[in-house]
Design a protein around this ligand. Structure first.
Ligand SMILES: Cc1ncc(COP(=O)(O)O)c(C=O)c1O
Length: 480
Protein backbone atom coordinates (compact mmCIF):
# COMPACT_ATOMS: atom_id res chain seq x y z
CA UNK A 1 0.00 0.00 0.00
CA UNK A 2 2.83 2.36 0.91
CA UNK A 3 4.48 1.80 -2.46
CA UNK A 4 1.25 2.26 -4.39
CA UNK A 5 0.46 5.45 -2.55
CA UNK A 6 3.95 6.93 -3.03
CA UNK A 7 3.86 5.99 -6.75
CA UNK A 8 0.49 7.81 -7.19
CA UNK A 9 1.73 10.91 -5.40
CA UNK A 10 5.03 10.88 -7.31
CA UNK A 11 3.18 10.82 -10.61
CA UNK A 12 0.80 13.56 -9.51
CA UNK A 13 3.78 15.73 -8.55
CA UNK A 14 5.67 15.00 -11.78
CA UNK A 15 2.62 15.83 -13.89
CA UNK A 16 1.97 18.99 -11.91
CA UNK A 17 -1.44 17.79 -10.72
CA UNK A 18 0.02 18.73 -7.36
CA UNK A 19 1.69 22.13 -7.84
CA UNK A 20 5.13 22.99 -6.38
CA UNK A 21 4.69 24.49 -2.92
CA UNK A 22 1.22 23.03 -2.38
CA UNK A 23 0.50 21.32 0.90
CA UNK A 24 -0.27 17.62 1.06
CA UNK A 25 -3.18 16.55 3.24
CA UNK A 26 -2.31 15.73 6.85
CA UNK A 27 -1.43 12.07 7.09
CA UNK A 28 -4.24 11.36 9.51
CA UNK A 29 -6.86 12.91 7.16
CA UNK A 30 -5.60 11.13 4.08
CA UNK A 31 -5.42 7.80 5.96
CA UNK A 32 -9.02 8.22 7.05
CA UNK A 33 -10.17 9.13 3.56
CA UNK A 34 -8.35 6.20 1.94
CA UNK A 35 -9.21 3.86 4.76
CA UNK A 36 -5.61 2.79 5.30
CA UNK A 37 -3.39 2.84 8.37
CA UNK A 38 -1.88 6.24 9.20
CA UNK A 39 1.60 4.64 9.09
CA UNK A 40 1.03 3.73 5.45
CA UNK A 41 0.59 7.41 4.59
CA UNK A 42 3.46 8.59 6.83
CA UNK A 43 5.80 6.03 5.25
CA UNK A 44 4.79 7.09 1.72
CA UNK A 45 5.42 10.78 2.59
CA UNK A 46 8.78 9.86 4.12
CA UNK A 47 9.78 7.94 0.97
CA UNK A 48 8.89 10.96 -1.20
CA UNK A 49 10.81 13.24 1.14
CA UNK A 50 13.94 11.08 0.79
CA UNK A 51 13.56 11.16 -2.99
CA UNK A 52 13.21 14.95 -2.95
CA UNK A 53 9.60 15.23 -4.16
CA UNK A 54 8.27 16.76 -0.92
CA UNK A 55 9.63 18.74 2.01
CA UNK A 56 8.47 18.36 5.60
CA UNK A 57 8.15 21.62 7.52
CA UNK A 58 8.01 21.10 11.26
CA UNK A 59 4.67 22.13 12.68
CA UNK A 60 3.11 23.06 9.33
CA UNK A 61 2.99 19.82 7.33
CA UNK A 62 4.35 18.28 4.11
CA UNK A 63 4.72 20.40 0.94
CA UNK A 64 5.46 19.59 -2.71
CA UNK A 65 9.08 20.58 -3.41
CA UNK A 66 9.74 23.59 -5.61
CA UNK A 67 11.84 21.58 -8.09
CA UNK A 68 10.81 17.98 -8.74
CA UNK A 69 13.74 15.57 -9.10
CA UNK A 70 12.89 14.91 -12.78
CA UNK A 71 13.59 18.55 -13.51
CA UNK A 72 16.94 18.18 -11.83
CA UNK A 73 17.69 15.06 -13.80
CA UNK A 74 17.00 16.65 -17.20
CA UNK A 75 19.51 19.32 -18.12
CA UNK A 76 17.65 22.49 -19.10
CA UNK A 77 17.61 23.31 -22.80
CA UNK A 78 19.87 26.29 -23.28
CA UNK A 79 20.34 28.51 -26.29
CA UNK A 80 23.85 28.72 -27.78
CA UNK A 81 24.52 32.00 -25.99
CA UNK A 82 23.12 30.76 -22.67
CA UNK A 83 25.28 27.65 -22.99
CA UNK A 84 28.37 29.74 -23.69
CA UNK A 85 27.68 31.92 -20.64
CA UNK A 86 26.94 28.94 -18.40
CA UNK A 87 30.10 27.11 -19.44
CA UNK A 88 32.39 30.13 -19.21
CA UNK A 89 33.91 29.13 -15.89
CA UNK A 90 34.03 25.48 -17.02
CA UNK A 91 35.63 25.33 -20.49
CA UNK A 92 36.06 21.96 -22.26
CA UNK A 93 39.41 20.47 -21.23
CA UNK A 94 42.06 20.99 -23.89
CA UNK A 95 42.84 17.75 -25.74
CA UNK A 96 46.53 17.42 -26.49
CA UNK A 97 47.45 14.06 -27.97
CA UNK A 98 51.01 12.80 -27.78
CA UNK A 99 52.90 13.23 -31.06
CA UNK A 100 53.12 9.49 -31.57
CA UNK A 101 49.33 9.10 -31.23
CA UNK A 102 48.81 11.89 -33.76
CA UNK A 103 51.12 10.11 -36.17
CA UNK A 104 49.21 6.85 -35.78
CA UNK A 105 45.83 8.54 -36.10
CA UNK A 106 46.98 10.26 -39.27
CA UNK A 107 47.35 6.80 -40.82
CA UNK A 108 44.73 4.89 -38.84
CA UNK A 109 43.57 1.94 -40.92
CA UNK A 110 41.29 -0.17 -38.71
CA UNK A 111 38.05 -0.47 -40.72
CA UNK A 112 34.72 0.41 -39.08
CA UNK A 113 33.04 -2.45 -40.91
CA UNK A 114 34.57 -5.90 -40.52
CA UNK A 115 32.08 -8.29 -42.08
CA UNK A 116 31.04 -8.57 -45.71
CA UNK A 117 32.45 -9.22 -49.20
CA UNK A 118 35.49 -8.80 -49.60
CA UNK A 119 36.77 -7.85 -46.16
CA UNK A 120 40.38 -9.09 -46.15
CA UNK A 121 41.81 -11.09 -43.28
CA UNK A 122 38.49 -12.18 -41.83
CA UNK A 123 37.79 -15.91 -41.58
CA UNK A 124 34.29 -17.31 -41.87
CA UNK A 125 33.32 -16.75 -38.25
CA UNK A 126 29.83 -18.09 -38.92
CA UNK A 127 31.38 -21.56 -39.24
CA UNK A 128 32.94 -21.48 -35.77
CA UNK A 129 31.82 -24.54 -33.73
CA UNK A 130 29.74 -22.49 -31.30
CA UNK A 131 27.85 -25.39 -29.75
CA UNK A 132 30.97 -27.25 -28.63
CA UNK A 133 32.63 -24.08 -27.42
CA UNK A 134 29.54 -22.89 -25.56
CA UNK A 135 29.23 -26.26 -23.82
CA UNK A 136 32.85 -26.11 -22.67
CA UNK A 137 32.52 -22.50 -21.52
CA UNK A 138 29.27 -23.18 -19.73
CA UNK A 139 30.80 -26.02 -17.72
CA UNK A 140 33.92 -24.00 -16.94
CA UNK A 141 31.93 -21.00 -15.76
CA UNK A 142 29.84 -23.11 -13.42
CA UNK A 143 32.80 -24.83 -11.80
CA UNK A 144 35.68 -22.36 -12.17
CA UNK A 145 37.73 -22.04 -8.98
CA UNK A 146 38.55 -18.49 -7.76
CA UNK A 147 42.04 -18.66 -9.32
CA UNK A 148 40.43 -18.62 -12.75
CA UNK A 149 38.78 -15.28 -12.01
CA UNK A 150 41.74 -13.46 -10.47
CA UNK A 151 44.57 -11.88 -12.44
CA UNK A 152 46.48 -14.61 -14.23
CA UNK A 153 49.89 -15.69 -12.99
CA UNK A 154 52.60 -17.88 -14.43
CA UNK A 155 52.62 -20.07 -11.31
CA UNK A 156 52.27 -23.21 -13.41
CA UNK A 157 52.18 -24.27 -17.02
CA UNK A 158 48.61 -24.07 -18.28
CA UNK A 159 46.65 -26.52 -20.38
CA UNK A 160 46.67 -24.04 -23.28
CA UNK A 161 50.47 -23.77 -23.26
CA UNK A 162 50.69 -27.58 -23.38
CA UNK A 163 48.08 -27.92 -26.11
CA UNK A 164 49.70 -25.20 -28.22
CA UNK A 165 53.20 -26.64 -27.84
CA UNK A 166 51.92 -30.02 -29.05
CA UNK A 167 50.03 -28.43 -31.97
CA UNK A 168 52.87 -26.16 -33.08
CA UNK A 169 55.44 -28.96 -32.97
CA UNK A 170 53.37 -31.10 -35.32
CA UNK A 171 51.66 -28.51 -37.51
CA UNK A 172 54.39 -25.85 -37.75
CA UNK A 173 57.66 -27.68 -36.86
CA UNK A 174 58.17 -25.23 -34.00
CA UNK A 175 60.72 -26.46 -31.45
CA UNK A 176 59.47 -25.55 -28.01
CA UNK A 177 58.52 -26.56 -24.51
CA UNK A 178 55.14 -25.43 -23.13
CA UNK A 179 56.79 -22.98 -20.71
CA UNK A 180 58.30 -21.07 -23.66
CA UNK A 181 54.79 -20.09 -24.77
CA UNK A 182 53.39 -16.76 -23.66
CA UNK A 183 49.68 -16.27 -24.30
CA UNK A 184 48.87 -12.75 -25.53
CA UNK A 185 45.81 -10.88 -26.72
CA UNK A 186 46.87 -11.38 -30.32
CA UNK A 187 49.79 -10.56 -32.58
CA UNK A 188 49.29 -6.83 -31.98
CA UNK A 189 50.01 -7.22 -28.29
CA UNK A 190 52.91 -9.61 -28.94
CA UNK A 191 54.62 -7.07 -31.20
CA UNK A 192 53.95 -4.26 -28.75
CA UNK A 193 55.58 -6.28 -25.98
CA UNK A 194 58.58 -7.26 -28.11
CA UNK A 195 59.14 -3.68 -29.29
CA UNK A 196 58.90 -2.16 -25.82
CA UNK A 197 61.07 -4.77 -24.16
CA UNK A 198 63.72 -5.23 -26.83
CA UNK A 199 64.12 -1.94 -28.72
CA UNK A 200 65.63 1.28 -27.38
CA UNK A 201 64.72 4.76 -28.71
CA UNK A 202 66.71 5.52 -31.84
CA UNK A 203 67.08 1.86 -32.80
CA UNK A 204 65.72 0.37 -36.02
CA UNK A 205 63.03 -2.20 -36.65
CA UNK A 206 62.78 -3.82 -40.04
CA UNK A 207 59.38 -4.41 -41.53
CA UNK A 208 58.45 -5.89 -44.86
CA UNK A 209 57.47 -3.35 -47.51
CA UNK A 210 54.60 -3.85 -48.07
CA UNK A 211 53.73 -5.23 -44.66
CA UNK A 212 50.90 -5.26 -42.16
CA UNK A 213 49.86 -1.69 -41.29
CA UNK A 214 48.68 -2.91 -37.86
CA UNK A 215 52.24 -3.79 -36.92
CA UNK A 216 53.58 -0.49 -38.27
CA UNK A 217 51.09 1.39 -36.08
CA UNK A 218 51.95 -0.65 -33.00
CA UNK A 219 55.65 0.09 -33.59
CA UNK A 220 54.92 3.80 -34.06
CA UNK A 221 53.54 3.86 -30.51
CA UNK A 222 56.89 2.73 -29.08
CA UNK A 223 58.87 5.88 -28.39
CA UNK A 224 61.69 6.64 -30.80
CA UNK A 225 61.61 3.48 -32.89
CA UNK A 226 62.73 3.98 -36.48
CA UNK A 227 60.84 1.72 -38.89
CA UNK A 228 62.74 0.64 -41.96
CA UNK A 229 60.74 -0.91 -44.81
CA UNK A 230 62.52 -3.85 -46.47
CA UNK A 231 61.63 -4.76 -50.05
CA UNK A 232 60.03 -8.13 -50.75
CA UNK A 233 60.08 -10.26 -53.89
CA UNK A 234 59.03 -13.76 -54.85
CA UNK A 235 61.44 -15.20 -52.22
CA UNK A 236 60.25 -13.00 -49.36
CA UNK A 237 62.19 -10.23 -47.59
CA UNK A 238 65.22 -8.98 -49.53
CA UNK A 239 68.34 -8.51 -47.38
CA UNK A 240 69.66 -5.10 -48.42
CA UNK A 241 73.30 -4.64 -47.35
CA UNK A 242 72.88 -0.88 -46.87
CA UNK A 243 69.85 -1.16 -44.57
CA UNK A 244 70.38 0.22 -41.03
CA UNK A 245 71.25 -2.46 -38.44
CA UNK A 246 68.02 -3.47 -36.71
CA UNK A 247 67.20 -4.63 -33.17
CA UNK A 248 64.05 -6.35 -34.36
CA UNK A 249 63.11 -7.85 -37.72
CA UNK A 250 59.40 -8.38 -38.34
CA UNK A 251 58.70 -10.85 -41.10
CA UNK A 252 56.02 -13.21 -42.43
CA UNK A 253 58.18 -15.96 -43.99
CA UNK A 254 55.48 -18.63 -44.42
CA UNK A 255 53.13 -16.34 -46.32
CA UNK A 256 54.30 -12.80 -46.93
CA UNK A 257 51.66 -10.34 -45.87
CA UNK A 258 50.03 -9.06 -47.99
CA UNK A 259 51.65 -10.19 -51.29
CA UNK A 260 51.77 -13.91 -50.52
CA UNK A 261 55.28 -15.15 -51.33
CA UNK A 262 57.05 -17.84 -49.28
CA UNK A 263 60.54 -17.00 -48.02
CA UNK A 264 63.08 -19.27 -49.69
CA UNK A 265 65.35 -21.52 -47.62
CA UNK A 266 68.42 -19.53 -48.74
CA UNK A 267 66.83 -16.26 -47.54
CA UNK A 268 65.79 -17.84 -44.24
CA UNK A 269 69.32 -19.08 -43.61
CA UNK A 270 70.80 -15.71 -44.59
CA UNK A 271 68.39 -13.79 -42.35
CA UNK A 272 69.07 -16.09 -39.39
CA UNK A 273 72.83 -15.73 -39.88
CA UNK A 274 72.52 -11.95 -40.15
CA UNK A 275 70.35 -11.71 -37.01
CA UNK A 276 72.85 -13.81 -35.06
CA UNK A 277 75.72 -11.64 -36.31
CA UNK A 278 74.18 -8.29 -35.32
CA UNK A 279 72.33 -9.54 -32.22
CA UNK A 280 68.85 -8.82 -33.59
CA UNK A 281 65.66 -10.76 -32.86
CA UNK A 282 63.50 -11.99 -35.71
CA UNK A 283 59.78 -11.81 -35.06
CA UNK A 284 58.25 -14.52 -37.21
CA UNK A 285 54.57 -13.61 -37.69
CA UNK A 286 52.89 -16.89 -38.63
CA UNK A 287 49.42 -15.34 -38.72
CA UNK A 288 47.61 -17.57 -41.26
CA UNK A 289 49.90 -20.42 -42.29
CA UNK A 290 47.36 -23.09 -41.33
CA UNK A 291 45.60 -22.20 -44.57
CA UNK A 292 47.84 -23.52 -47.30
CA UNK A 293 45.89 -25.10 -50.15
CA UNK A 294 48.45 -26.92 -52.22
CA UNK A 295 51.87 -28.48 -51.76
CA UNK A 296 53.25 -29.45 -48.37
CA UNK A 297 53.08 -27.11 -45.36
CA UNK A 298 55.91 -24.59 -45.11
CA UNK A 299 57.74 -25.25 -41.81
CA UNK A 300 58.40 -22.36 -39.47
CA UNK A 301 61.67 -20.44 -39.42
CA UNK A 302 61.83 -20.88 -35.66
CA UNK A 303 62.30 -24.61 -36.04
CA UNK A 304 64.93 -24.38 -38.77
CA UNK A 305 67.97 -24.09 -36.48
CA UNK A 306 68.71 -24.82 -32.84
CA UNK A 307 68.60 -21.73 -30.64
CA UNK A 308 67.35 -19.61 -33.52
CA UNK A 309 67.09 -15.91 -32.57
CA UNK A 310 63.40 -16.09 -33.43
CA UNK A 311 60.31 -15.05 -31.53
CA UNK A 312 57.53 -17.00 -33.17
CA UNK A 313 54.10 -15.32 -32.95
CA UNK A 314 50.75 -16.79 -33.88
CA UNK A 315 47.07 -16.06 -33.41
CA UNK A 316 43.63 -17.64 -33.18
CA UNK A 317 42.24 -14.64 -35.11
CA UNK A 318 42.36 -16.49 -38.44
CA UNK A 319 41.84 -20.09 -37.36
CA UNK A 320 38.87 -19.31 -35.07
CA UNK A 321 37.68 -15.70 -34.93
CA UNK A 322 39.38 -12.29 -34.51
CA UNK A 323 37.07 -11.11 -31.73
CA UNK A 324 38.50 -13.83 -29.49
CA UNK A 325 41.67 -11.73 -29.03
CA UNK A 326 43.99 -14.60 -28.19
CA UNK A 327 47.43 -15.15 -29.68
CA UNK A 328 50.74 -16.54 -28.52
CA UNK A 329 54.50 -16.05 -28.62
CA UNK A 330 57.08 -18.81 -28.56
CA UNK A 331 60.05 -17.27 -26.81
CA UNK A 332 63.71 -18.22 -26.99
CA UNK A 333 64.80 -19.56 -23.57
CA UNK A 334 66.61 -16.37 -22.53
CA UNK A 335 63.54 -14.22 -23.13
CA UNK A 336 60.97 -16.36 -21.32
CA UNK A 337 61.37 -14.89 -17.86
CA UNK A 338 61.75 -11.18 -18.73
CA UNK A 339 58.97 -11.24 -21.32
CA UNK A 340 56.55 -13.07 -19.04
CA UNK A 341 57.20 -10.64 -16.22
CA UNK A 342 56.95 -7.59 -18.48
CA UNK A 343 53.71 -8.94 -19.93
CA UNK A 344 52.30 -9.24 -16.41
CA UNK A 345 53.49 -5.75 -15.48
CA UNK A 346 52.21 -4.03 -18.62
CA UNK A 347 48.93 -5.70 -19.38
CA UNK A 348 48.09 -7.84 -16.32
CA UNK A 349 46.97 -11.28 -17.31
CA UNK A 350 43.55 -12.84 -17.38
CA UNK A 351 41.03 -14.62 -19.60
CA UNK A 352 41.91 -17.92 -17.89
CA UNK A 353 38.50 -19.39 -18.65
CA UNK A 354 38.83 -18.58 -22.36
CA UNK A 355 42.33 -20.07 -22.37
CA UNK A 356 41.14 -23.25 -20.67
CA UNK A 357 38.24 -23.52 -23.13
CA UNK A 358 40.63 -23.19 -26.07
CA UNK A 359 42.87 -25.87 -24.58
CA UNK A 360 39.90 -28.21 -24.34
CA UNK A 361 38.85 -27.36 -27.88
CA UNK A 362 42.33 -28.39 -29.01
CA UNK A 363 42.62 -31.48 -26.80
CA UNK A 364 39.23 -32.69 -28.00
CA UNK A 365 40.38 -32.52 -31.64
CA UNK A 366 37.80 -29.83 -32.51
CA UNK A 367 40.42 -27.22 -33.34
CA UNK A 368 42.27 -29.39 -35.86
CA UNK A 369 38.96 -30.57 -37.35
CA UNK A 370 37.75 -26.98 -37.75
CA UNK A 371 40.97 -25.97 -39.51
CA UNK A 372 40.71 -28.96 -41.87
CA UNK A 373 37.11 -28.09 -42.71
CA UNK A 374 37.89 -24.40 -43.23
CA UNK A 375 40.87 -25.25 -45.43
CA UNK A 376 38.59 -27.06 -47.88
CA UNK A 377 36.01 -24.25 -47.79
CA UNK A 378 38.57 -21.45 -48.28
CA UNK A 379 40.36 -23.31 -51.08
CA UNK A 380 37.05 -23.53 -52.95
CA UNK A 381 36.23 -19.87 -52.39
CA UNK A 382 39.73 -18.81 -53.42
CA UNK A 383 39.42 -20.78 -56.64
CA UNK A 384 36.03 -19.23 -57.35
CA UNK A 385 37.36 -15.70 -56.88
CA UNK A 386 40.36 -16.43 -59.09
CA UNK A 387 38.06 -17.68 -61.82
CA UNK A 388 35.99 -14.50 -61.59
CA UNK A 389 39.12 -12.34 -61.85
CA UNK A 390 40.40 -14.31 -64.83
CA UNK A 391 37.05 -14.32 -66.62
CA UNK A 392 35.92 -10.73 -66.06
CA UNK A 393 39.17 -8.79 -65.63
CA UNK A 394 41.83 -10.87 -67.38
CA UNK A 395 45.43 -11.91 -66.80
CA UNK A 396 46.78 -8.47 -65.99
CA UNK A 397 44.73 -8.48 -62.78
CA UNK A 398 45.79 -11.95 -61.64
CA UNK A 399 47.72 -12.00 -58.33
CA UNK A 400 51.52 -12.01 -58.62
CA UNK A 401 53.51 -13.70 -55.86
CA UNK A 402 50.51 -15.61 -54.59
CA UNK A 403 51.42 -19.00 -53.12
CA UNK A 404 48.01 -20.64 -52.86
CA UNK A 405 47.48 -19.87 -49.22
CA UNK A 406 45.76 -17.50 -46.82
CA UNK A 407 42.48 -15.68 -46.77
CA UNK A 408 42.88 -12.99 -49.44
CA UNK A 409 44.15 -12.21 -52.94
CA UNK A 410 45.91 -9.09 -54.16
CA UNK A 411 44.75 -7.72 -57.51
CA UNK A 412 47.50 -5.59 -59.04
CA UNK A 413 46.37 -2.22 -60.42
CA UNK A 414 48.06 0.19 -62.84
CA UNK A 415 50.30 2.76 -61.11
CA UNK A 416 48.06 5.70 -62.04
CA UNK A 417 45.02 4.29 -60.19
CA UNK A 418 44.29 5.83 -56.82
CA UNK A 419 43.56 2.61 -54.93
CA UNK A 420 42.47 4.46 -51.76
CA UNK A 421 39.85 6.38 -53.72
CA UNK A 422 38.83 3.17 -55.43
CA UNK A 423 38.20 1.38 -52.11
CA UNK A 424 36.19 4.39 -50.98
CA UNK A 425 34.01 4.16 -54.09
CA UNK A 426 33.68 0.42 -53.59
CA UNK A 427 32.58 0.84 -50.02
CA UNK A 428 29.94 3.36 -51.15
CA UNK A 429 28.71 0.64 -53.49
CA UNK A 430 28.62 -1.85 -50.59
CA UNK A 431 31.83 -3.74 -51.36
CA UNK A 432 34.70 -3.88 -48.86
CA UNK A 433 38.34 -4.08 -49.94
CA UNK A 434 41.66 -2.62 -48.87
CA UNK A 435 44.10 -0.58 -50.96
CA UNK A 436 47.54 -2.14 -51.34
CA UNK A 437 49.19 1.28 -51.00
CA UNK A 438 48.03 1.38 -47.36
CA UNK A 439 50.54 -1.38 -46.56
CA UNK A 440 53.67 0.65 -47.31
CA UNK A 441 55.62 2.73 -44.80
CA UNK A 442 57.69 4.44 -47.51
CA UNK A 443 56.60 6.55 -50.52
CA UNK A 444 57.05 3.96 -53.29
CA UNK A 445 53.75 2.21 -52.88
CA UNK A 446 52.41 -0.17 -55.47
CA UNK A 447 48.73 -0.02 -56.27
CA UNK A 448 46.35 -2.89 -55.86
CA UNK A 449 43.29 -4.25 -54.13
CA UNK A 450 43.22 -6.76 -51.28
CA UNK A 451 40.16 -8.95 -51.57
CA UNK A 452 39.27 -11.35 -48.79
CA UNK A 453 37.43 -14.48 -49.93
CA UNK A 454 37.33 -16.57 -46.77
CA UNK A 455 34.14 -15.13 -45.33
CA UNK A 456 32.22 -14.81 -48.61
CA UNK A 457 29.96 -17.53 -49.97
CA UNK A 458 30.24 -18.24 -53.69
CA UNK A 459 26.80 -16.77 -54.43
CA UNK A 460 27.57 -13.60 -52.51
CA UNK A 461 30.97 -13.42 -54.18
CA UNK A 462 29.47 -13.35 -57.64
CA UNK A 463 27.21 -10.40 -56.89
CA UNK A 464 29.86 -8.41 -55.03
CA UNK A 465 32.37 -9.09 -57.79
CA UNK A 466 30.11 -7.67 -60.49
CA UNK A 467 29.73 -4.48 -58.46
CA UNK A 468 33.49 -4.39 -58.05
CA UNK A 469 34.05 -4.74 -61.80
CA UNK A 470 31.64 -1.89 -62.54
CA UNK A 471 33.26 0.47 -60.03
CA UNK A 472 36.75 -0.54 -61.16
CA UNK A 473 35.96 0.04 -64.84
CA UNK A 474 34.70 3.51 -64.01
CA UNK A 475 37.92 4.29 -62.13
CA UNK A 476 40.04 2.91 -64.93
CA UNK A 477 38.23 4.81 -67.66
CA UNK A 478 40.37 7.64 -69.10
CA UNK A 479 37.85 10.28 -67.97
CA UNK A 480 37.88 9.05 -64.34
C1 LIG B 1 50.26 -10.05 -40.86
C2 LIG B 1 49.25 -10.12 -39.77
N1 LIG B 1 49.66 -10.46 -38.54
C3 LIG B 1 48.76 -10.56 -37.54
C4 LIG B 1 47.43 -10.32 -37.71
C5 LIG B 1 46.44 -10.54 -36.62
O1 LIG B 1 46.75 -9.96 -35.46
P1 LIG B 1 45.91 -10.27 -34.15
O2 LIG B 1 46.36 -11.59 -33.61
O3 LIG B 1 46.29 -9.14 -33.25
O4 LIG B 1 44.45 -10.30 -34.51
C6 LIG B 1 46.99 -9.91 -38.95
C7 LIG B 1 45.56 -9.57 -39.15
O5 LIG B 1 45.10 -9.18 -40.15
C8 LIG B 1 47.92 -9.83 -40.00
O6 LIG B 1 47.51 -9.51 -41.22
Amino acid sequence: MTQRLSACLRQAISERVLEPGSRLPASRDLARELQVARNTVSNAYEQLRIEGYVQARVGSGTFVADAAPEQLLHAPRLSGRQRALASEPYPQPLVRLADRAQRVLAQASAAPQQWGAFMPGVPDVSEFPREVYARILNRLWRHAPPQMLTYGTQAHVTALQKALAAHLRVARSVQCQPEQILITEGVHQAIDLAARVLVNPGEHVWMEEPGYWGIANVLRMSEGIAIHGMKVDGEGMVLEPQAPVPSLICTTPSHQYPLGSVMSLARRKALLAYARKVGAWIVEDDYDSEFRFSGSPVPSMQGLELNAPVIYVGTFSKTLFPGLRVGYMVLPQGLVEPMQRMHAEMYREGHQITHQALAELMEGGHYAAHIRRMRVLYARRREHLLQLVQRYLGDEFMPGHDSQAGLHLVLPLPAHVDDQLLTKRLSEAGVLARPLSQYYVGPDARKGLLLGYASVSEAQMQLAFFTLVQVLRKQLAPTA
